[in-house]
Design a protein around this ligand. Structure first.
Ligand code: MN
Length: 411
């Protein structure tokens, strides 16, 4: 296991910071209502990369001054390595302490979307999640669809609905119909839910089929992703084409892109195959990551309760497999394409990544720290996703992925 890389930014050397020198995640920030700028988080500071490039301390063809990471991602992998190596040298022990003038306390920085989401696809790669949901929707005999062990199932989502952590989420209205109702009715979703996911950010475009190995190389980095889901709308609308309005309200992402380079020491293999995969989906090496994940809920004015603890390493398909599969049709992938992993549920009840599973479809309400119970999300609740890969004495963290639910708009 890699050791902590020490930095002259002292707060970056703490075992608790999500942003040691090993991480160097990329985000976009502003201060005092100014223009959004590219930066990297280091300890409790953000280094203003846009200002450094403007002053000639970095040279990346102006891509760091665009207020988004898309242009830099599109400038190619050689630049990805060059910037990471340059920053590691500059910020490391014995580096350039005069750059302290470019540090801004994170507490004073307003964070913005780190990249423009060009397209958004959401997958369904968690076997425990697929089995649990299938059991509730179709019964245990038909829980896993017949294709599931052979193909990474997904649907095309809405890039327009992807929002930054901290953005309020308004409860959706939609068509609702319980199993015993004769007719559907229109109203606010009564079964609004989270999905704990990891989002992969495509940094190298492609136009035509690519291999799993190429797909792995084309992924720039990862963000935590909450695929807010209206279960009652979903149950009525999904046959035969899958999710539509149930998933179009909002998808929240964490503010920092944690690069594939930073996660390199934490690579791990997908679980053992239950059925052999077709050749084009076979992984040439470990392409999943060992990342601890958790979800908390906090009612308005109340205490926080941990809902789940799990790990990305339970996923049956990696993002590289999903991306390779996505391109087999010839589907072009763009810089800023976002791929949701699917809900990350572990094998135990305590490691389930959605309230649908945690409350077993609302049949087993969860008791919170303050004594309240929840089947699904109530207005005013704040849901927070956290994630970190853990090394010896340091962690590569993601920064929280937070959303508070507001009441539905009047009809
Ligand atoms: Mn999802």
């Amino acid at each position: 296991m890699t050791k902590l890389l020490r930095s002259w930014v002292e707060s970056a050397n703490s075992a608790e910071t999500p942003f040691p020198l090993n991480n160097l995640p990329y985000g976009v920030f502003s201060t005092g209502g100014g223009a959004p700028r590219c930066g990297t988080a280091i300890g409790d500071q953000v280094l203003d990369l846009a200002a450094m490039e403007a002053d000639g301390k970095l040279s990346f063809d102006g891509t760091l001054q665009t207020g988004s990471w898309n242009a830099f991602m599109g400038s190619g992998k050689a630049n990805w390595s060059k910037l990471r190596e340059t920053l590691t040298d500059m910020l490391g022990d014995g580096g350039d302490e005069s750059l302290a003038t470019y540090l801004v306390p994170l507490a004073e920085a307003e964070l913005h979307m780190p990249f423009a989401v060009s397209e958004y696809t959401d997958f369904y790669a968690g076997k425990h999640h697929a089995f649990n949901v299938g059991t509730m929707f179709r019964g245990p005999e038909n829980a896993l669809p017949p294709n599931w062990l052979h193909i990474p199932i997904g649907y095309n989502g809405r890039a327009s609905s992807v929002v930054l952590s901290g953005t309020e989420v308004i409860r959706p209205n939609g068509q609702l119909k319980g199993p015993d109702d004769e007719m559907p009715r229109f109203g606010p979703s009564q079964r609004f839910d989270i999905e704990l996911e990891m989002g992969a950010v495509v940094g190298t475009p492609s136009n035509g089929p690519i291999s799993v190995a190429e797909a792995f190389e084309n992924i720039f980095g990862y963000v935590l992703l909450n695929d807010w889901s209206a279960r009652d709308i979903q149950a009525w609308e999904y046959m035969p084409l899958g999710p539509f309005q149930a998933k179009a309200t909002a998808t929240t992402i964490s503010p920092w892109i944690v690069t594939a380079a930073a996660l390199e020491p934490f690579r791990t293999s997908t679980p053992e195959r239950e059925k052999p995969l077709l050749d084009y989906l076979t992984e040439p090496g470990p392409m999943l990551y060992d990342i601890d994940l958790s979800v908390t809920i906090r009612p308005e004015g109340g205490a926080e309760t941990v809902l789940t603890n799990t790990n990305l390493n339970v996923m049956y398909y990696s993002a590289a497999q999903q991306l390779a599969h996505h391109t087999t049709s010839g589907c072009p992938m763009r810089v800023g394409d976002l791929l949701g992993s699917g809900t990350i549920s572990g094998p135990t009840k305590e490691s389930r990544g959605s309230l649908l599973e945690l409350s077993w479809g609302g049949k087993e309400p969860i008791t919170l720290e303050g004594g309240e119970t929840r089947k699904f999300i109530e207005d005013g609740d704040t849901l927070t996703l956290k994630g970190a890969a853990r090394g010896a004495g340091f962690q590569v963290g993601f920064g929280d992925c937070v959303g508070q639910i507001k009441p539905a708009r009047p009809l």
